[in-house]
Ligand binder design. Sequence first.
Ligand SMILES: [Fe+2]
Length: 594
Amino acid sequence: MDIEPRTRAPPTGGVEWTGEGDGAVPTLTRNLFTGSGPGDHRLDVVEGHWPDDLDGAVLIVGPDKREPGGHWFGEHGVLCRIDCRPGPDGRLGVRARRVDTRVARLRDRMPWLFTRVAFAELSPFGVTNLANTNVVVLDGRCFLGYDAGRPVEVDLETLAHLTPVGGNDEWHLGAPGVLEPLASVTAHPGLARDERALYFVNSSIVPGGPVSVARWGLSGPVERWPVTGIGGPIDSIHDVAVTRDHVVFCDLPFVVEPETFRGGRRTRPAQDVTHLWIVAKADLRSTPPGSPVPVVEVELPLPTGHLSVGEDDAGGVLTVNLEHIPFGDLMLPLDREARSHTTGEPYDVAYEGLVALAPQPGAVGRYRIDATTGAVLDAEVVWDDRFWGAVLTTRDQSTPAARASVDDLWYSGCGYDPELVSEDWWRLYGDGACHHLVHPDELPPEGRPASIAHFDMAAGKVDDVWAFAPGAAATPPTFVPRRDQSGPGDGYVVVLVHTVERKELHVFDSGDLGRGPLAVAAGGGWEPPLLLHSCWAPSRTGPRPSSYRVPLRRDVAGALRGLPGTVAGMARMARMAASEGRAGGQSNLARPVS
Ligand SMILES: [Fe+2]
């Protein structure tokens, strides 16, 4: 099937652009990278009435930036737990904690052993797992993901670090270390609730190196199967989804040019397509771990940040939603050398580290795909001119009915500030050669405010949008089901909003964003920086329902046993990189960490 997003016209009709920012020129707030760090807080409800039928907690993880500098993703993780129900004092409790891994504690004692290369942190212990990217909750347990490290488990209530998932001897390792050798494991696992298992992809930093699908049943060993059938070199694999019968994952554009570590500027744009891979669970069940299983590969126009897939794949047909990020570039952070394409001026230091969020409307592609052949049976890309600078989505995952078919996505975005389009970006993308929705020559001079939009994927349209005040950045959004939910999608969307004055939590009726926030909470000294992913956690009764831990002694032994193979792999990588360099190709010597 031919899919031509270049020529797709924006949808017409729909609701009017509502909200506070209509018609204003937004200049993005400058407080995104000045966070308050770990602590305990109580937020006041400063506007409206906080609904009384929310339970559980919203968890948000991200880099613990205290001040601007470096790259957005280049800081150790801080995890925030926000009570959804106000306490007797009418306030919302917030607990923020550093993800206190073993290596983080070692760094406290021996900081001189640690050094930064781009946004990776290196030491004799290995490549530090910053544990700052993703958070999921399954079976009363909380797991954090980071693409350049193993998942780690923290206590759902106290947020105390408990254990890495899988010993060093259970993952394919990409760089040596005596405690945390680099393990490239997707930050987003596929949650197979019916199996009480998580699925991951464990890849290699060697171009063309091994890629494995991994399954972990929340205790016991990690099972891994190398996959065959991946057509070409991979930038990064970040997100995995599972259906009843399949494991689905896609690539994330992540250009790493080693010259940039020495102050050079980027020379190549990110890829403008998505590769999607499908593995049949039946093949995993019939194949002993360690033996290869085949993948079906699909290539689609437009690059993708994240994906969601309905669990119901009856008849072997997958319905896949791809959150496209045309012109987005996670490896193009604003730095001291960057200049605005609009003004020619350097940037306020407050923006240092902000990556090139797509200066485009947010778009989600919905694809029906034959899982056996990879044939695309149907394709539609949904977008709307009222919603720009898309960052993250949320959806109802609280019931089997909600997970069977992903029809509702709530998507938050930071809008579009023309002055944040840098000369570097324009040099790479300004010719419009990459797949896109709005040509760079036609970008709106007046900008767009941050907003949240409801994507009705079943109907193929954006049917509800709320625009935030000028300058606000809104992310992440988190769906929270109503206590007595009437059906899938019935509930609330809680959004962290960075305003020019302060940081706020806005709660919306999921079925009526255009009404505006039902309530706003703020204060208590909680001033989080720009974070990353979030999820909703139902209240847990009782202690952690597991005693799983990877003992330190076994972890060190596993790291040391893996050393010879890891060093040999790095030597291969160096030879391939040198060979690619001579041929003028792209190297992925360093791996993405988000
Ligand atoms: Fe992500």
